[in-house]
Design a protein around this ligand. Structure first.
Ligand SMILES: *Cc1c(COP(=O)(O)O)cnc(C)c1O
Length: 459
């Protein structure tokens, strides 16, 4: 068997990237307050901060930009995108948003029928959690325990714990649940897929209690490919058909198009059939995102997204995409680096609870590893752990995350396997001198989504 699957594309345009010296990187990182979010991207050699909006568009997408219709109202590009969203979801209604959090900001408050409601998710993504809280609700996660056992194989670590879900619903009372958010794939725990069987069961539980079902589906196509390759009965089913079944289990679809939309900016709100909710969303989108036929997107961007959503269904593309992540994971695992296993769809998550076991959660072990990796080779990763999680809204104590991850996020169609070898070599080098890693504390801590703009120092 080949070590990896060759790219299903050839390269038409290149962008040069800069290599730097260790001394330069030390300087850059210090100026960034030991938070790589504050680095200039030109000072990064291989940028694995996120897969969000960082992918490469195809020649077809670049071509589509030229035919964008920039009309304020009734843009032709809107109708093209609407047709594509309907084709993929089988939903009746579509509203564009500028990105995923825009879609959340429009939709989530509309589901609050009274104060102090809760949303339940396998795991809320950080902006989703922020919008739940800004809407005055509480966010409760109920993913299976296997998700936190990084060393043990489970094909669908993004699954809901169904017993826990029932229990939370009974405990809080169904009338106090604003919605169940199915995050596919489960970004925060490693881009881990959710099985169709699990989604079917969650949907049935929600229906029994008359609770609204939302798919947070930034990576629905990657999830569909995992279903095809891991779940019995789907081997001969195409991605579009799998997607139809997936969307049939929800009432609302929210999407950051910066992921499986294969564009740099954009978001999607789709509603299955609730006309009243659609009207309310159309009213709310105007002041926050824009007129309902552009919702924060330019006509050309809607054109590119319509093409990108179609390209993301291509199995050759998806197979290569997931194989890149698999390859990086295998190299790290072979060297003994602790990772979330199996790897998910968009990133390798390095388990820094084990990697830097001597650093306590409130000194941010994963952030310390992220910084060391940048210094080692100019590779930028991101922390997904207690630094990101923030503080308890009541007590203001630092919350201890059940996971301390360094996420090595692979942008779509952007880097080659040779780049991934550079990354693997650097992570392994840091791992071999992990005893020298030191914890961090705040110099400056912003009140919400602190990880984006915080400044840190070594203890
Ligand atoms: C990225 C993401 C979002 C937020 O989308 P943005 O486009 O970054 O605003 C929401 N949910 C999930 C699962 C995501 O991955």
């Amino acid at each position: 068997m080949a070590k990896y699957i060759a790219e299903p594309y050839r390269i038409k345009v290149v962008e040069m990237i800069k290599q730097t010296t260790y001394e330069e990187r030390l300087d850059y990182l210090k100026n960034a307050g030991y938070n790589p979010f504050a680095l200039r991207s030109e000072d990064v050699y291989i940028d694995l901060l996120t897969d969000s909006g960082t992918g490469a568009m195809s020649d077809q997408q670049w071509g589509a930009l030229m035919v964008g219709d920039e009309a304020y109202a009734g843009s032709r590009s809107y109708y093209k995108l609407e047709a594509m969203v309907k084709k993929i979801t089988n939903y009746r209604y579509f509203i564009p948003a500028h990105q995923g959090r825009g879609a959340e900001h429009v939709m989530l408050p509309l589901l609050m029928k009274k104060d102090n409601m809760v949303f339940i998710s396998n795991m809320h993504f950080d902006t989703t959690r922020a919008h739940v809280e800004l809407a005055g609700a509480r966010a409760i996660d109920c993913v299976i325990d296997a998700c936190f056992d990084t060393a043990t194989y489970h094909p669908f670590k993004g699954n809901f714990d169904l017993e826990k879900l029932e229990q939370i619903i009974i405990e809080k009372g169904p009338e106090n649940i604003a919605g169940i958010i199915m995050t596919v794939t489960n970004n925060s725990a490693g881009g881990q897929p959710v099985s169709m069987e699990n989604l079917r069961a969650v949907s049935a539980i929600a229906d029994r209690h008359n609770i609204t079902k939302i798919i947070d589906g930034a990576r629905y196509a990657e999830n569909a490919y995992f279903v095809k390759s891991r779940e019995q009965g789907y081997q001969d089913t195409d991605i579009l058909t799998i997607s139809h079944e997936l969307f049939s289990f929800a009432d609302i679809f929210l999407m950051s198009a910066k992921k499986d939309g294969l564009v740099n900016m954009g978001g999607v709100i789709a509603i299955k059939d609730d006309t009243e909710l659609f009207k309310r969303a159309q009213t709310r989108v105007v002041p926050y995102e824009g007129f309902p036929t552009y919702g924060g997107m330019s006509g050309r961007d809607m054109e590119a997204l319509a093409v990108g959503m179609f390209e993301a269904l291509d199995e050759h593309y998806l197979k290569h995409r997931l194989d890149q992540v698999r390859y990086l994971g295998d190299r790290l695992k072979a060297a003994g680096v602790p990772i979330q296993f199996p790897v998910g769809g968009h990133a390798v998550f390095v388990d820094c609870k084990k990697f830097a076991a001597h650093i306590p959660f409130d000194q941010f072990p994963a952030q310390s590893v992220v910084n060391a990796l940048y210094l080692e080779a100019g590779v930028r990763a991101v922390e997904i752990g207690s630094f990101l999680l923030g503080r308890d809204p009541d007590t203001h104590e630092n919350l201890e995350s059940p996971v301390e991850f360094m996420r090595l996020t692979i942008p779509r169609r952007t880097y080659t396997y040779a780049h991934l070898d550079v990354v693997a070599d650097a992570v392994i080098a840091v791992y071999q001198k992990r005893d020298k890693l030191v914890g961090l504390t705040f110099d400056y801590e912003p009140p919400v989504l602190r990880h984006f703009t915080a400044r840190l120092r070594y203890l």
